[in-house]
Design a protein around this ligand. Structure first.
Ligand code: SF4
Length: 306
């Protein structure tokens, strides 16, 4: 079977079985081509909730499938690969968070959407990288415990000097953490006309050297709308390739060849094929208690972030 034959089969089966395929933007291009929706985690969950299909197949990592289930508990949500977790989302459990919160009893606990459903039940509000600033700025409490990513937290803190922040300092995304300021300097030397676009999950010294800092969607929109022709991309390297497809008249360079999320890249077109046939994949189940608790945290995000 060729790639295009497998893609045609996936599309045929998903229509026959009334399956909605979601693909996070960090998936390979051949997977994006068979998806009903492509985007970042929260956008995917919202699109799935508005879609009439009863089964949702998540080509992404576990917390993204959980977010779909929280928003659409009536749907069957299938994670294509049960091994696709997110090291950042899973680095804190509820006991660990409870211990951290003991040190900050009068702080509002804000979690990144990249957390487990269970952890969200113990937080006051969650944020996406694109809406983080807007949401945190509206919180009445000026003391913020931000988990699990201190880099995203640092980026928000710099823009909200009126608030006091506490972080779990050992947290963060191992993929974005690999990018260094030296690599930014070398990439700029190699491509002096290029703008540097990075994700706020990068270290502060990398963010400091960037021309634009934003979510994956923010980076893609910026590059597409910009009059500039060359860009150095400081987020998962799949975005370099997607942008090259979207903007063939521009040039995109990876900030580092190491900015690869091995969990996201676990998923192959073959996995999507076997999952859509019902042979593989894991159905996400969450207790009513977890769904209710995590939804409260997400609803607060919607109330403040729109
Ligand atoms: S890129 Fe980072 S935050 Fe995203 S799934 Fe991979 S490890 Fe998790």
């Amino acid at each position: 079977m060729t790639i295009s034959e497998m893609q045609e089969e996936i599309i045929r089966i998903k229509k026959e079985k009334d399956i909605c395929i979601l693909a996070h933007a960090y998936q390979n291009h051949e997977i994006l081509e068979v998806a009903d929706y492509v985007g970042d985690s929260y956008g995917l969950a919202v699109n799935a909730s508005k879609d009439s299909k009863k089964t949702v197949l998540m080509c992404g990592v576990r917390f993204m499938a959980e977010t779909c289930k929280i928003i659409s508990p009536e749907k069957n949500v299938i994670l294509v690969s049960s091994e696709a977790g997110c090291p950042m989302a899973e680095q804190l459990d509820t006991d660990f968070l409870a211990a951290i919160k003991e040190d900050y009893p009068d702080y509002t606990t804000v979690c990144y959407i990249n957390t487990t459903a269970e952890l969200k039940t113990q937080c006051d509000v969650c944020v996406t990288s694109s809406a983080a600033l807007k949401i945190v700025s509206q919180l009445e409490n000026d003391k913020i415990l931000f988990i699990p990513d201190p880099n995203l937290g640092n980026w928000i803190e710099k823009q909200l000097p009126e608030k006091t922040f506490a972080f779990y300092k050992r947290g963060g995304c191992p993929t974005h953490f690999r990018l260094t300021a030296d690599e930014v300097k070398k990439a700029k030397e190699a491509h002096p006309d290029a703008l540097v676009l990075v994700h706020p999950e990068c270290r502060p010294e990398v963010v400091e050297l960037a021309d634009f800092v934003g979510s994956t969607t923010g980076i893609m929109n910026y590059a597409k709308k910009s009059d500039k022709k060359e860009f150095i991309i400081g987020t998962e390297n799949s975005i370099v390739s997607h942008l090259q497809y979207d903007c063939p008249d521009k040039l995109f360079f990876a900030l580092s060849k190491d900015c690869v999320c091995h969990n996201m890249r676990l998923i192959t077109l073959g996995d999507v094929y076997t999952a859509v046939k019902g042979l593989t994949g894991e159905e996400i189940t969450l207790s009513d208690e977890v769904i209710t608790g995590a939804k409260r945290c997400i609803d607060k995000m919607l109330e403040l972030g729109g």
